[in-house]
Design a protein around this ligand. Structure first.
Ligand code: PLP
Length: 386
């Protein structure tokens, strides 16, 4: 009988442990050397130059590929470099279909590349299947982000992937908000998974990194080649840190999403809050899809304050445990105001189309005590009316 594949918890905690041949180090070592000995004249070993391949980066890529169920991974210097690497598969005249409410930086990059005539881009509301099907005519790549940043909209990866494949397009899913601990897009039909490893995978807000995991070995080879050509591969130290973060990915997320669910319910019952966007809530429009395609509802949520910007200002100025900062997925709880922070670059009109209002607040729930977080939100919400 072939050996059973290891469980994902085990892969996260121990992939690569005990494989060091030089000293028998239990923890995979950090290899900083930029260059590697040639075994002999005209003979190249597995590593020659770190931009092309590096043992520490390889260890991280191998772990990510196993966690996502892909043929391989390309580890990049940032999440944006990972997005751009996937977009590099498109050639002039080809069409990209992307969500109208994706991360602001991805939106900006797609628009900028389209302005350089690298491809054409159409932004659609992907929860509208008829509109998405229409946009997919002549499409080469469907880009999905679910749950979306910052509105936590959930779309059906399996249905959208079959629509895209029927139209001859490949599918890329940005899985940053959930990580493979809670969602595995390649098993639902996607061809590429994109990560900002800066977020939940590293989990400690102390490195910037990214990765693309591909279903097919041909795509891995093509993307690795282009990442080497353009020099966007990730740094060994950042790879080491990210792998260290991944060791605790499952228990971190388990705890963080538990607290997120408690916070979502608390906010929903508060008079100053007009809407809460959390896929775990029964009345969230994507709840049933999330239940089906995710193994948990995640640690991200957003909510609208009834009284707009003045209320946002009073609220964030009163916070003491949550920090007002961009980014997400770390052990510390963060609050962001998308309209003036993460999604400012989209412009007011695009934000309005995507439904990102001026009263919207995004929350990344960390590992602090549930009681301290609830008390902080409660006192900051009271500051709005004080
Ligand atoms: N994708 C999503 C969903 C993000 O939230 C971000 C950053 O916030 C990125 C991609 C870009 O990642 P990075 O900041 O690591 O370049």
């Amino acid at each position: 009988m072939p050996p059973r594949e290891r469980d994902l918890h085990t892969i996260a905690a121990s992939n690569g442990v005990g494989t060091d041949k030089a000293f028998g180090a239990v923890t995979p070592p950090l290899h900083l050397s930029t260059t590697y000995l040639f075994p002999g004249f005209g003979e190249e070993g597995p590593y020659a130059y770190s931009r092309t391949a590096n043992p520490t980066r390889h260890q991280l890529g191998d772990t990510l590929a196993k966690l996502e169920g892909g043929a391989g991974a390309v580890v990049t210097a940032s999440g944006m470099a990972a997005v751009d690497l996937v977009l590099s598969r498109l050639s002039a005249g080809q069409r990209l279909v992307a969500p109208h409410d994706c991360y602001g930086g991805s939106y900006r990059l797609m628009q900028a590349r389209a302005a350089q005539l690298r491809f054409t881009v159409v932004f659609v509301d992907q929860s509208d299947l008829a509109a998405t099907r229409a946009a997919l005519t002549d499409c080469a790549l469907l880009y999905i982000e679910t749950p979306s940043n910052p509105l936590m909209r959930v779309v059906d990866i399996e249905t959208l992937s079959s629509l895209a494949h029927a139209a001859g397009a490949k599918v890329a899913v940005d899985n940053t908000f959930l990580s493979p601990a809670l969602q595995r897009p390649l098993t639902l039909g996607a061809d590429f998974v994109i990560h900002s490893t800066t977020k939940f995978l590293n989990g400690h807000s102390d490195i910037v990194g990214g990765a693309v995991i591909c279903k097919s070995p041909d795509d891995v080879a093509a993307l690795a080649d282009w990442a080497n050509t353009t020099g966007v591969t990730g740094a060994p130290f950042d790879s080491y840190m990210t792998l260290r973060g991944i060791r605790t990915l499952f228990p971190r997320l388990e705890r963080q999403q538990h607290t997120a669910a408690v916070i979502a319910e608390f906010l929903q019952a508060h008079a100053a809050v007009s809407a809460v966007h959390y896929p775990g809530l029964l009345d969230h429009p994507g709840h049933e899809i999330a239940r089906r395609q995710q193994t948990g509802f995640g640690a991200m949520l957003s909510f609208d304050l009834r009284d707009g910007v003045p209320a946002v200002r009073a609220f964030v100025e009163a916070l003491q445990v949550f920090s007002l900062a961009e980014s997400l997925g770390g052990v510390e709880s963060l609050i962001a105001h998308p309209a003036t922070m993460t999604h400012a670059s989209m412009g007011a009109q695009a934000r309005a189309v995507a439904g990102i209002g001026d009263g919207l607040i995004r929350v990344s729930v960390g590992l602090e005590s549930e009681r301290d977080l609830l008390d902080d939100l409660s006192q900051a919400l009271s500051a709005i009316t004080a």
